[in-house]
Design a protein around this ligand. Structure first.
Ligand code: C5P
Length: 249
């Protein structure tokens, strides 16, 4: 079959195996509720809202695979989308790698989306998929940064003053979000080539950059923020309340 005749199948890998310690004690972050629904379910629905997505692979905490399968069975999700749950690893990089290994033959476009970004709008998801289908091998949604950013020499002890080593020009900086989109073979090659070092890569596009492949940025969305700290939960619930008031979502 020629490349053009081959169907383009898009799958999403959702790493959801983190403990979320910065949110405080409690269940793994992805399983915490936002307006009564687990964050992971919001994230899965956000991906399945795109008509282009035919498969979602959720990477669950290794002791939580059965629980996550039950959760997916218990919540209404679009019929056109298939779901798989696999066990994750000790780092995000490992968890994504394990998700990629579970992909069936025939997937040509892969999105990687953090369960911790439950509210990304479908237009952002579609824009990332479209950019990959238009020929980019790696696509990252991103926003300009509001704060000036300093690079420092990290202090030995938390709270100690830190030496500033550089102030990058703010207008050239972007804060990157997910879903990040990839040509399947390019991302699989990056994960096969780049060894795990320390806590591993926090960003899949960064791994593709290290292979020397081009990565492009498309506009992100302020509602695609990452739920990391307790205040982010308040903001996420406020966004959901606004959506419900605006369109009965
Ligand atoms: O901790 P951080 O905010 O960087 O996590 C980003 C995403 O990676 C989260 O959705 C989290 O569940 C996931 N993750 C994972 N496996 C790990 C660590 C984080 O799937 N070992």
């Amino acid at each position: 079959m020629s490349d053009e005749a081959r169907p383009r199948r898009t799958a999403v890998v959702i790493p959801a195996a983190g403990r979320g310690v910065r949110l405080g004690p409690g269940a793994p972050k992805a399983l915490r509720a936002l307006n009564g629904t687990p964050m992971l379910i919001h994230a899965v629905r956000a991906m399945a809202a795109s008509r282009a997505v035919s498969l979602v692979v959720v990477v669950a905490p290794s002791d939580g695979v059965a629980e996550v399968k039950h959760l997916l069975d218990d919540h209404a999700l679009p019929e056109r989308t298939d779901y798989l749950v696999v066990a994750g690893g000790d780092t995000r990089q490992e968890s994504v790698h394990l998700g990629l290994k579970a992909l069936p033959e025939g997937v040509t476009t892969v999105l990687v989306h953090d369960a911790a970004r439950p509210l990304v709008p479908v237009d952002t998801v579609d824009a990332v998929i479209e950019a990959v289908r238009d020929g980019a091998v790696a696509v990252v949604p991103a926003l300009p940064v509001a704060d000036t950013v300093k690079e420092v020499e990290p202090a030995g002890k938390p709270g100690d003053p830190e030496q500033v080593v550089a102030t990058p020009v703010r207008a050239r900086l972007r804060a990157v979000q997910t879903p990040q989109g990839f040509d399947h073979d390019t991302l699989v090659n990056a994960h096969a080539t780049i060894a795990l070092a320390g806590e591993g890569a926090t960003d899949d596009a960064g791994m593709v950059e290290r292979l020397g492949a081009p990565v492009v940025v498309v506009p992100g969305h302020e509602e695609a923020f990452k739920v990391t700290r307790p205040l982010d939960l308040v903001l996420a619930e406020a966004v959901l309340a606004r959506r419900r008031a605006n369109d009965g979502f």
